[in-house]
Design a protein around this ligand. Sequence first.
Ligand code: HEC
Length: 156
Amino acid sequence: MKNLVLFFTAGWLLFACSGGTQTEQASETPQEQEAEPAKMSEEETKLMTAGVKVYGQYCVACHQADGKGVPGAFPPLVQTEWVTGDNTRLISVVLNGLQGEITVNGETYNNVMTPHNFLSDEEVAGVLTYVRQSFGNDSEPISVEEVAEVRASSAQ
Ligand code: HEC
């Protein structure tokens, strides 16, 4: 009988506690939603939406959903000097592909990435903005104009 009383008391306490947390969360959510648009511009949101799609279609097979790649075969996209570094070089990797020996985060790769110049300027800007804002990366977006410039100079 004593056990039963304890059981009910514990159950009520659990119920009361979880109820309390829910009310707190509910009152915090509207503030967070208001803060979102200020953090990400409309342009960036558009690029991110396009980028998720392109990544899932064209990059995920090699670089993986978590951006960690496959050791010895496909390099990671997490905090690499290619991803966070020079914009022109990064855009060029996607448009023109990359082959030969490279070092990424201290590991050597010697493989082939095929060109992805069939993607539109928006798609390339989108996927690179997505990569630079995902997997623990926090770098500036890549603009559509920058991609157009690199494409024009690669074509010469
Ligand atoms: C067929 C597999 C494959 C696909 C698909 C692919 N990559 Fe790669 N990627 C590679 C390989 C292999 C390398 C390294 C090439 C070398 O060894 O010279 C590489 C290198 C890179 C690098 C520079 C090194 C690094 O890891 O930071 C970036 C950035 C990159 N890829 C981004 C992308 C993006 C974005 C996409 C999708 C648009 C993509 N890749 C699609 C295989 C692929």
